[in-house]
Design a protein around this ligand. Structure first.
Ligand SMILES: C[S@@+](CC[C@H](N)C(=O)[O-])C[C@H]1O[C@@H](n2cnc3c(N)ncnc32)[C@H](O)[C@@H]1O
Length: 239
């Protein structure tokens, strides 16, 4: 879902030219930040034909966390997946560098005592070593500057406990019309994150490109699965 901007939703701002407050810092140093949570949710919902909730439920089921698990959702955006996970685990921490997303996510989660959101980046997670049983990051990798993605995966590995699991997801369009739309959005994201590794923007958002990086970082049992609608996932385990 990050279509354009990455996840499905992230991109309405990219496409509209609605820039983060500090465009230079955001795009070269931190990432492509999204600053309009309501607009993002509306865009994501439209893109998924109203099935965003169903997708989050499927992603949560795929991770199959233990009831007492500690979960970190990186690039949490408005916090929808974090809230779904919080209803089945011990504690969820959402991290995002966008203050607007963190404020919105906290405001919508006051009924969930075990769910909190804080400012931070994937490449410098503000969390202790070996403090999580599950790390999720959906429609986010293409928002992180290409030069920092290795650090981001290393941070995911660092915060996981031995035996902990990682779920990385991004858009995986199969319909030709959807693919064309995603291609346009992904091209914006690749430009803004200085991702020059792929000529084809669809290849740039293909989550499978991180399989070797996960293995080189130390993850094991790396598995690729597709999830409807329009999403692909890498699952991995920290030994
Ligand atoms: C497309 S949204 C995905 C939101 C949510 N994970 C979802 O599935 O709907 C991408 C999010 O990544 C955040 N982001 C951008 N750069 C980041 C970075 N370096 N580290 C972590 N998150 C980042 C953006 O602010 C935005 O909220």
């Amino acid at each position: 879902m990050a279509l354009v901007g990455g996840g499905i939703p992230a991109d309405p701002e990219l496409m509209s030219g609605n820039e983060p407050q500090s465009a230079t810092d955001s795009h070269t140093d931190v990432g492509v930040l999204l600053t309009q949570p309501r607009r993002y949710r509306a865009f994501k919902s439209a893109f998924l034909l109203g099935r965003a909730g169903r997708l989050n439920a499927r992603l949560a089921a795929l991770t199959d966390p233990a009831p007492g698990a500690d979960v970190v959702d990186i690039g949490c955006g408005p916090g929808d997946l974090a809230r779904v996970l919080a209803r089945r685990v011990g504690r969820v921490t959402g991290v995002d560098p966008s203050p607007q997303m963190i404020d919105y996510a906290n405001a919508r989660s006051r009924d969930l005592a075990n769910c909190r959101f804080e400012l931070g980046t994937a490449q410098a997670l503000p969390l202790p070593d070996t403090s999580a049983d599950l790390v999720t990051s959906t429609f986010v990798m293409h928002h992180i500057p290409a030069a920092h993605r290795g650090d981001a995966v290393a941070q995911m590995f660092r915060v996981l406990r031995p035996g902990g699991r990682l779920l990385l997801a991004d858009t995986h369009p199969t319909d030709p019309l959807l693919s064309a739309a995603v291609r346009v959005m992904a091209r914006f994201a690749a430009h803004r994150t200085r991702d020059t590794a792929h000529d084809d923007p669809l290849a740039a958002i293909d989550i499978r490109r991180y399989r070797d990086l996960l293995c080189a970082t130390g993850f094991e049992d790396v598995r690729f699965v597709t999830v409807r609608p329009a999403t692909a996932v890498l699952l991995a385990t920290k030994p």
